[in-house]
Design a protein around this ligand. Structure first.
Ligand SMILES: NC(=O)c1ccc[n+]([C@@H]2O[C@H](COP(=O)([O-])OP(=O)(O)OC[C@H]3O[C@@H](n4cnc5c(N)ncnc54)[C@H](O)[C@@H]3O)[C@@H](O)[C@H]2O)c1
Ligand SMILES: [Zn+2]
Length: 704
């Protein structure tokens, strides 16, 4: 190479290393992407190519020669006992096949060189899903989990044992007293991510970021609240295994969760018994000769959106461990494995404008209206931006070109700004006044609020929707559209109006007839019998959700009168003495229950016969507690349980608890007709799905 070339490419190499290093720092240490993964990978590949072509330009600190470090100074550091590296990457099935052939050839050459090595036929490969989570190494000593360590820089990781111990699926003790190092991925299911993220002040863009944040928490009490999961995919130090498929079987035998969605591509005739054993443990695995690989790739690409968790590709690994050892490692990756990276389910769009929504609690949520874009099979045009902090973090404004992600049924998120528009100021700012009522906004925590609780039309609308909604009072006949009509006609403004409106007036409205009106009246009438434990949370009083209501009732504060009396006397201790209710909740509840407007709502509802006393004990000792210890979610509509809160009441009477969304803790889904996404989620988290006939049978069998 001429000295000119050397200068030019030398400069490019230096620049690539600087760029990649700063992207890595943001990505691994702050969980932020400054460029898309595709762009990062493109620069990485370019660097790799230059270094290969001009070896004299190789620098020891090049990202191609080491693993991007996610070490945190807040956590203790531990040296690894095994190489914990990254993966080499390809981007198409064709490239994967090429890699396979290259690796095969290399292995064959090595076998020929070695005096003992005999390579008969072509080697086997295992292909696995590349789970998009956080890499972790579990060190077991004589069967006990001694240490769990992050990848770190590949040689040194962070000790996160206390957090990993909170993961139910990670055994603290193996089935055998072995000393082994196990590599695997910690991840969060999409359903759990969605449920949890919705409760966070400043949410995460994807399950991986939330999982990574959880694992690196300094206090492990918080980690326990996140239902992290784990898949093991490799082990070091096992005796008597000489192939990767045996390693997977052994991991399973030792009590570690292993992903059954994999493929074993064998080229020689293998022992049918061995295949049978593998299939028995991994029923979803594809096993067969060459064609199986493309079959597996196709199936994964097709089913990717329906998986319970995110994957960002597949990993192909040489099955023969002896061959692996001969092929060895670079400073960055093993030579015997490769990742086939999938495109992220991302789209590029432009922000048309940023709107402001006022929720039922007065919380202000900015929402980006974007040019419609198709991502992972669905069109996205609204993306929540959560709060000002979130927008400031992204440096976002109308007119910006952004990348937007949507994984499975997780809500779409803006991942990053790709190109700034011309908006002034360059970062969007929340307005100072409520768009619905004009009140000056106030700041509480990470959010802005409209303080005009009872006079703000949008807040009233939000509370009405919430009150009548499926997971609260579930008032038959009062869906969002009917509510809109009632509000438009001025028939209903606040919750008690629902019980005072003259529904006959609807006769003149298009879409309303005798039958619909009768349905509304019956719905309203029935709602009066909804038990206190469901009624109180339906009012949407901040902090007075189902959980706190239950805690209060169980602690003997079982009526609104008692609560109001506590509010009047300002007896904070009486509330904060209850386990699960902290001083902040006590404060808010008291403050709220002192509001004259809320008291008026309550007294009007009471006049209409709604139940403000906890009459039904939650469990009824005379009834067999057949659902004790179980967590049910109820969805769809039912023939014999209308409104469906009645089905929920049947479960609670028999000792079960009822939740409004499916998560890893859900054990059963009672699915009526028209059960939607909850059905898929339930299946994905392994909850038992029970239909109405089966449910009635369960009740009948228990003689109740
Ligand atoms: N956008 C950015 O600025 C930026 C910056 C740095 C890195 N990145 C992204 O991160 C990638 C590099 O990160 P990396 O080095 O962690 O590599 P990687 O995450 O792409 O691949 C290696 C990891 O895959 C995981 N994995 C999951 N399932 C596995 C299985 N079945 N078998 C083996 N491993 C499995 C392991 O944890 C392993 O550490 C880049 O390709 C890029 O996509 C992006
Ligand atoms: Zn307002």
């Amino acid at each position: 190479m001429s000295s000119n070339d050397s200068d030019r490419f030398g400069q490019e190499v230096d620049q690539l290393i600087d760029q990649l290093t700063s992207y890595e720092r943001a990505y691994y240490q702050q969980g932020r992407s400054l460029v898309s993964d595709r762009e990062y990978d493109r620069l990485f590949d370019r660097l790799q190519q230059l270094e290969k072509q001009y070896p004299e330009l190789q620098r020891p600190d090049s990202p191609t020669r080491r693993v991007g470090s996610d070490l945190s100074v807040d956590l203790p550091e531990v040296p690894h006992e095994i190489p914990v590296l990254s993966l080499d990457k390809v981007y198409s099935g064709q490239e994967l096949t090429d890699w396979q052939l290259r690796t095969q050839k290399r292995a064959a050459d090595m076998a020929a060189d070695s005096p003992t090595g005999v390579l008969t036929g072509t080697p086997d490969f295992i292909c696995e899903e590349k789970i998009d989570g956080v890499s972790i190494v579990l060190y077991y000593r004589t069967g006990l989990l001694e240490q769990a360590v992050t990848r770190g820089n590949g040689r040194i990781g962070n000790d996160v044992t206390a957090n990993i111990r909170t993961i139910r699926r990670v055994p603290l003790r193996l089935a055998e007293p072995l000393t082994v190092a196990i590599r695997g991925e910690v991840y969060l299911s999409r359903a759990d991510f969605a449920a949890l993220n919705a409760t966070l002040e400043t949410p995460f863009a994807n399950p991986r970021n939330l999982a990574a944040g959880t694992i690196r928490r300094v206090k492990s009490s918080g980690a326990a609240a996140v239902p992290l999961q784990f898949f093991g995919y490799d082990a070091y130090g096992l005796e008597g295994v000489d192939s990767h498929h045996q390693v997977l079987l052994r991991l399973h035998q030792l009590g570690l969760p292993v992903n059954s969605r994999c493929a074993w591509i064998h080229n020689e005739a293998v022992d049918a018994d061995v295949v049978r054993e593998f299939r028995a443990v991994f029923p979803e695995a594809l096993v067969g000769t060459a064609g199986v690989l493309s079959q597996f790739i196709q199936a994964e690409i097709q089913q990717r959106d329906q998986l319970a968790y995110d994957i960002d590709g597949l990993v192909a690994k040489l099955d023969d461990i002896g061959l692996r050892e001969r092929l060895g490692y670079t400073g960055h990756h093993p030579r015997w494995a490769v990742a086939l990276k999938f495109d992220a389910p991302q789209g590029v769009s432009t922000i048309r404008e940023i709107d402001v929504q006022v929720g039922r609690t007065g919380r202000i949520t900015p929402v980006a209206r974007i040019e419609p874009v198709l991502i992972g099979g669905s069109t996205v045009q609204n993306v929540t931006l959560h709060n000002q902090e979130y927008i400031t973090g992204l440096e976002l404004a109308a007119g910006d070109t952004v990348s937007v992600s949507k994984r499975g049924d997780v809500i779409p998120a803006v991942e990053q700004v790709l190109e700034k528009g011309a908006a002034e100021p360059p970062v969007w700012q929340l307005p100072e006044h409520c768009p619905s009522c004009g009140s000056r906004l106030v700041v509480r925590g990470a959010h802005h609020f409209c303080p005009n609780t009872f006079g703000c039309p949008d807040q009233q609308r939000g509370r009405l929707r919430f009150f009548a909604g499926r997971d609260q009072m579930d008032i038959d006949g009062i869906g969002p559209e009917t509510l809109e009509t009632l509000i438009r006609l001025g028939m209903v403004q606040s919750v008690p109006d629902l019980y005072e409106a003259d529904y006959q007036q609807l006769m003149d409205e298009a879409g309303f007839g005798e039958r619909k009106i009768a349905q509304i009246r019956t719905g309203i009438e029935r709602s009066k019998a909804v038990p206190y434990r469901r009624l109180l949370p339906s009012l949407g009083i901040p902090e007075l959700g189902p959980k706190v209501t239950q805690l209060l009732c169980d602690a003997g504060i079982g009526s609104i009168d008692e609560l109001m009396q506590i509010a009047d006397t300002g007896d904070h201790e009486r509330l904060s003495a209850i386990h699960g209710i902290g001083p902040r909740i006590a404060e808010t509840v008291i403050e709220q229950l002192r509001l004259p407007e809320l008291r008026e709502v309550i007294s009007r509802l009471r006049e209409h016969g709604l139940r403000f006393v906890d009459e039904q004990p939650e469990t009824d000792e005379s009834v067999p507690q057949i659902f004790s210890g179980q967590t049910w979610c109820v969805t769809g509509s039912f023939e014999h349980f209308q409104p469906r809160t009645r089905a929920a009441a049947e479960i609670e009477r028999r000792g079960g608890s009822v939740v409004s969304s499916v998560s890893g803790k859900t054990t059963h889904l009672l699915a009526g007709s028209g059960a939607g996404s909850k059905y898929d989620k339930a299946v994905s988290v392994g909850a038992e799905v029970v239909d109405e006939p089966r449910f009635r049978q369960l009740l009948a069998e228990a003689g109740s």
